[in-house]
Each structure stands twice: as structure tokens, then as C-alpha cells.
Design a protein around this ligand. Structure first.
Ligand code: ADP
Length: 498
């Protein structure tokens, strides 16, 4: 991941992101305590579509991470002292600035992450939606007055901001995974230190620039770029950080969460999924194919709610598989900065190798390739549909995170539920059926945090997003998303009755 990092590399002549209205949104400094902070040691940011360098950011470490925590701690009392309405107004301006510069943000995102421009535009709007939603919620952080247990007692439950928040975010949604954390944190009065993925720091820093312009006070939102391990050690170990929120792989999330326990931080985790996508004989086949395309192939299959295991009932199996293969076989692949495409590259060579390994494993055990199956050059991989995949194939046990739909046939509802739940993950699940009773039964029986019924798109700032089992803890978005940033405080008062 760091092979591209060099000290004192001359980056003046490398290609950048073309067509920006505001080139100053591409930052080359981190944002700590309201100041833009540089370093000689750099991390180069690549466009995965063609390997060109689109930017470079400072390679900071533990000392700067501590500075950022100090800045957040110092900024918090002033921010927390504002009214919810005043904080909400700042968040709303931030959201509006994102929308005003949506095209630039989308281009920056596509440039460093590779997703098609249409998807990047969609993510900008989605990400801004979290700031807008929590701008509104900032005024509704209400406590409770309880009926007292004694005549001379009065019980009040306050909801207080949890304290300095540290966030570590991934590369697959370079803006939305940040705003769904920053929105609620800032709404309730917390200050935040963010370490974005080293693969997509430019989106995070563009967001910081807009935060500055929106009037987020210095120190309330800090973005530190650099090597994950030393920064992560501070963010999980510093006792001044009271809340740690992470989106990323299950292995890293578990390791970081365990470290947080030494100082008993509040922890929220959004980890890997292994979503089942179940199609029954009575499903609307068009809707099921649309849902499969949206859920499996969005972001080149690199989302944690991506369908990963397709279970299709015998009677509809062949028609569904053929229709899906035909649809995705027609995808246009290419670099989002050069035209309109349906699918971009994978993020890195490791991701390509994983897709290959899952295909090879399934094919060796008898699966057939209906479409795709090959590299399409560089980090591009053909959208692939496999049938006759064994339930215990690698692709059914691990998240592929790539454009591979692996279909396993089933006969009965109970068999489908059993296979769907046979995993340690529990993020999303998708069910396609026209039978209302069956959809209710499945919604209840599937072990996951989110169920899509006859739809492949389930994410919105209005609804709680999150998983059960080893997919994580806590929820993001919606009014539930505020709870993770609030502590309850009981005030028990004894009063003179006369
Ligand atoms: P992915 O495999 O999707 O890249 P990761 O869990 O490796 O997922 O990355 C998600 C985020 O976690 C990124 O911001 C990455 O830099 C960060 N990360 C990875 N390893 C560590 C670590 N040892 N300490 C702190 N952060 C880490």
C-alpha cells in the first residue's frame, strides 16, 4: 500500500485531476486545529483506472495525531457551548457547500477511487444528506424527566456529547463514510479527529476545506493523513479520545476495538458483510435483476452491503442467471474521468487477486462461468456471473469485494434461510419474492441488520445502517445514529418539599 510513498518526491509534473472549477479543493496538506499542515514525507495518491498520480498528501504520524486530539479537546467546550440550532446552521452550510461543489467533489472522488462519475455524483449527494439530516437533528437532542421514586427526589436524564471522537474510514465511499460520522458527532457537540484511508485522502481533505469555509470552528473537525498504524495507535490509545468509530475490514476493526478497551472508549464498528441475495420462484425477474445489478455491481462490487452470495430457487434459476449475465455482460468499463462508464477499476492489485482466487476456487469445484471471469486490463475486471457454485465455496465464505455474482441453487425456503444465516457476518440481506407472508417470515428469520425486500438499494441517511454478529455494532444515519455520540447522565436531586 505504501510502495508509492517517497520522501521528497518531485510531484510537480505529475498529472492531476482535470476539469475542476476549484483546483484548490485538491489539498496537499492535512487539516489540524484549523491550520493546514504539511510534511516533507509524502503519500502519493493514485488513480486506480490508469495508475497516474492525482495528488499527494503529508505522511504524518503519532505526534501530529496527538496534536489533532489536543486541538479537538480544546475546541470542544466552545462548540458544545453553542446551541443545537447554531451547530445545525454550520452543518447545513457545510452540506450546501458540498452540493454547490458537487461536480468537483465527484471528479476528485473518481480520480482517486475509480468509481464511475455518475456513482461519485450520487455519493456526494448522499454524503451531503447526512450533514443535512444531522443539522436538523442537532435541535432535537432531548433528555427525559422521570417520575421520581420518592416524594422528595427529582430525576432528570441528560444526554451529553460523548467527548472527542476519533474516526477511521475506508476508501470505498470516500465522502459518505465520513459525513455519516461527522454529522452526528458535530451535531451533538463533539469534536472529531479523522484518519481517512491512505488510498482516498483527497476527498476527505476537500471536505475539510469546505468545513473551513462553512464556519466549522478550528479544531472541531481535523483530518490527519499518514500511515495507519502509528496514527491508529494514538486514536485508539489516547485517553482523551472518548469515542472511536471505524468503518473497514472486520480483522482491523476487531483489533482496533480491542485496543480501545484499555481506556474504555465507546466504540462503533461498521465491518464486513457477506450479504445473501435470495430470489424465489415467484419473484419479479426484472426487479430481481435490477436489484442484483444495483447491489452486487455498484462501486465494482466494493461495498460492504454488496450482495455476496446469490441463492436462487430452482424454478427461476436459469432465467435469472441468464438475464443477469446478459445485463452485466453489456457493461462498459473505463476510467470515469474520461467518459461515461458502468464500471470502474478495482482499488488495487490485491483486490483483483481476490476476485481471481474466488473464481478459480468455485470453478475448480464445478462452477460454470456464464459471463466474464477475466481481467480486463490493469485493475479492471470483467463483470462475472457464476452458476453451480457450492455452498461452501470460498466466495460464499468470504466477502469478494469485486464484480463477481456467484449463484447457488436452492429448493426450499428453509434451505435458503439456513444457508443465508450460515456466516459470522450479519450486515445486509436481500429477498426477492411477491409472497407477502414469505417476505415477513424472511425479514424476521435472516440474521442481519438490514433487509432489502424486492430492492437492492437500502441506504439512506434517514434509516439506521449497521450490522449484527461480526459485522459491527452501533448504527449510522437516522435518529439512532445520534445515540452513538451521546452519553446518558442521570441527575438525581433531593429537594426540600417546603
Ligand atoms: P480495506 O481492506 O477495506 O482497505 P482496512 O480495514 O484495511 O480495509 O482499512 C480501513 C481503514 O482502516 C483505512 O483507513 C486504513 O488505513 C485503516 N487501517 C488499516 N490498518 C490499520 C491499523 N493497523 N491501524 C489503524 N488503522 C488501520
Amino acid at each position: 500500500m505504501f510502495q508509492d510513498m517517497g520522501v521528497g518526491v518531485n510531484v510537480r509534473n505529475v498529472s492531476r485531476i482535470p476539469g475542476l472549477q476549484r483546483a484548490d479543493l485538491v489539498r496537499s496538506e492535512a487539516f489540524i486545529g484549523g491550520a493546514w499542515v504539511g510534511a516533507e514525507s509524502r503519500i502519493l495518491v493514485d488513480n486506480p483506472a490508469d495508475g497516474s498520480v492525482v495528488g499527494d498528501v503529508p505522511n504524518l504520524g503519532a505526534a501530529e495525531a496527538m496534536d489533532a486530539v489536543t486541538a479537538a479537546r480544546d475546541a470542544m467546550p466552545g462548540w458544545q457551548g453553542l446551541t443545537g440550532k447554531a451547530r445545525g446552521e454550520v452543518l447545513r452550510r457545510w452540506s450546501q457547500l458540498m452540493l454547490a461543489h458537487a461536480e468537483d467533489l465527484a471528479r476528485i472522488m473518481t480520480g482517486e477511487q475509480g468509481k464511475p462519475l455518475t456513482e461519485a455524483r450520487g455519493e456526494v449527494a448522499y454524503a451531503a444528506g447526512f450533514l443535512e439530516w444531522f443539522a436538523e437533528e442537532a435541535r432535537r437532542v432531548n433528555g427525559h424527566v422521570l417520575t421520581p421514586h420518592a416524594a422528595d427526589k427529582r430525576l432528570t436524564v441528560l444526554r451529553r456529547p460523548v467527548g472527542v471522537v476519533a474516526a477511521i474510514t475506508p476508501w470505498n465511499f470516500p465522502l459518505a463514510m465520513i459525513t455519516r460520522k461527522a454529522g452526528p458527532a458535530l451535531a451533538v457537540g463533539c469534536a472529531m479527529v479523522l484518519k481517512p484511508s491512505e488510498l482516498t485522502p483527497l476527498s476527505a481533505l476537500a471536505l475539510a476545506k469546505l468545513a473551513e469555509e462553512a464556519g466549522v470552528p478550528p479544531g472541531v473537525f481535523n483530518v490527519i493523513t499518514g500511515e495507519a498504524a502509528p496514527i491508529g495507535e494514538v486514536l485508539t490509545g489516547d485517553p482523551r479520545v472518548r469515542k472511536f468509530t471505524f468503518t473497514g475490514s472486520t480483522a482491523v476493526g476487531k483489533m482496533l476495538a480491542a485496543r480501545c478497551m484499555a481506556t474504555v472508549k465507546r466504540v462503533s464498528l461498521e465491518l464486513g458483510g457477506n450479504a445473501p441475495f435470495i430470489v424465489f420462484d415467484d419473484a419479479d425477474i426484472e426487479a430481481a435483476v435490477d436489484g442484483a445489478v444495483a447491489s452486487k455491481f455498484r462501486n465494482t462490487g466494493q461495498t460492504c452491503v454488496c450482495a455476496n452470495r446469490f441463492f436462487v430457487q430452482t424454478g427461476i434459476h436459469d432465467r435469472f442467471a441468464a438475464a443477469l449475465a446478459e445485463r452485466v455482460g453489456g457493461f462498459r468499463l473505463g476510467s470515469g474521468l474520461t467518459g461515461e462508464f458502468d464500471q470502474g477499476p478495482l482499488i488495487d492489485a490485491r483486490a483483483v487477486a481476490k476476485v481471481r482466487a474466488h473464481i478459480a476456487d468455485a470453478v475448480e469445484a464445478g462452477a460454470r462461468i456464464l459471463t466474464g471471469g477475466q481481467s480486463a486490463g490493469g485493475l479492471f475486471f470483467e463483470p462475472t456471473v457464476l452458476v453451480d457454485v457450492k455452498p461452501d465455496a470460498l466466495v460464499n465464505r468470504e466477502e469478494t469485494f469485486g464484480p463477481l455474482a456467484a449463484i447457488t441453487r436452492f429448493e426450499t425456503e428453509s434451505e435458503a434461510v439456513r444457508m443465508a444465516n450460515d456466516t459470522s457476518a450479519g450486515l445486509a440481506a436481500y429477498v426477492f419474492t411477491k409472497d407477502m407472508s414469505r417476505s415477513v417470515r424472511l425479514s424476521e428469520a435472516l440474521e442481519c441488520g438490514m433487509v432489502g425486500l424486492n430492492t437492492g438499494l437500502i441506504s439512506t441517511e434517514i434509516a439506521p445502517f449497521g450490522g449484527i454478529k461480526e459485522s459491527g455494532m452501533g448504527r449510522e444515519g437516522s435518529r439512532y445514529g445520534l445515540e452513538d455520540y451521546l452519553d446518558l447522565k442521570l441527575v438525581c436531586a433531593e429537594i426540600d418539599l417546603e
